[in-house]
Unconditional design. Sequence first.
Length: 255
Amino acid sequence: MTRNSAAAVRRLDLGYFVRPAEETGGPHPRVEPALAYLVAHDRGLLLFDTGIGAADPETEAHYRPRRRSLQAALAAAGTTLADISAVVNCHLHFDHCGGNPLLPGTPIMVQDVELATARNGGYTIDELVDFPGATYELLTGEAEIWPGVWIIPTPGHTDGHQSLVLRRPDGTVVLAGQAHDFATDFATAHLARHATLDGADRPLPPYASWLDRLAAFDPRRVYFAHDASVWEPTTGVEPVRVERNVGSVERNVRS
């Protein structure tokens, strides 16, 4: 994968899990992808999330994960674990940080509150957090980690959840992780914000305050960890090109 300062992005398919019906709000379980993103930049290669980690028997039975190895996904993108310069985890649940132990010594950028919560126990799989060679760079709030690459706190799913913002000449890309489970949820919140700012009559649905910060970047596309759909604004702009594994499909969700 060619590096360039425009922060090229490739989506990685790292398997799926089955969310049980009691967590879907409906009568049926739901199969959800585990998606990570490889960002190529002049500073190096950055991984946003690393896939589903090995879990205890109870968690395995609860979510029935099917994993695709991080090594295989990187090989399909023309790179290897040794080429990765940094990791950004949106949060430290086992389905987002599972490949971290494969990258000892590689800086892992997380919010300080996220790591503290993970280390308090009962939150994730401990061995995926503190492993030989684990190297954390803790953030308190937002930061521009590389030129044109921002980490923005997007709490909600967890208190320490964060998203990645990539400035590109053809438009800003947001890697939202699990800030929203689905692109349609993001679209709904985005429209709720616009209706509020437009002074629409109440009642109106609430939205997270961090949407104001993301909106300041004028995102052209937003990608998610558990939804292959992609959010775009209805402005008629040309789409931002994202390289994908063969066979992956994107469905645009506009608002």
